[in-house]
Ligand binder design. Structure first.
Ligand code: FES
Length: 121
């Protein structure tokens, strides 16, 4: 097995974080939000890259999709984290900001084994 230089921390039972759910934990001195995005667990450093406030209390939902003039389409429900301060939207699966090319969330690898969720920090 390759060494990643990361330590593995048990943060939750998988059943504690159902699809659409989240849990904010302290790991190695960092606040980390663990989200279940349609069955995929994602770990996010609880810091917004805009003004460094805790972002993991933000709203999880969808976003507007590219559409023709006069149309309004909504999608990606459950995949987008909106910052509670100014509403910037971030893709939970990639960490990328939707409207700011160079801003992104810090994500950590997640492993689920035997019903336990581990974050690699
Ligand atoms: S602090 Fe998060 S969008 Fe401004």
């Amino acid at each position: 097995m390759a060494q990643t230089g990361r330590a593995r921390y048990a943060v939750a039972l998988a059943e504690e974080i159902p699809p659409g759910g989240r849990k904010v934990v302290e790991v190695a001195g960092k606040s980390v939000g663990v989200f279940n995005v349609h069955g995929t667990y994602v770990a996010v450093l609880n810091v917004c890259p805009h003004e460094l406030i805790p972002i993991c209390a933000g709203w999880v939902g969808g976003t507007t999709l590219p559409s023709a003039p006069g149309e309004w389409r909504w999608g990606r429900e459950g995949e987008i984290l909106s910052c509670p301060m100014h509403g910037w939207e971030f893709d939970l699966l990639t960490g990328k900001a939707l409207a700011h090319r160079r801003k992104h969330l810090k994500l950590y690898p997640v492993v689920v084994e035997d019903g336990t969720v581990y974050v690699m920090v």
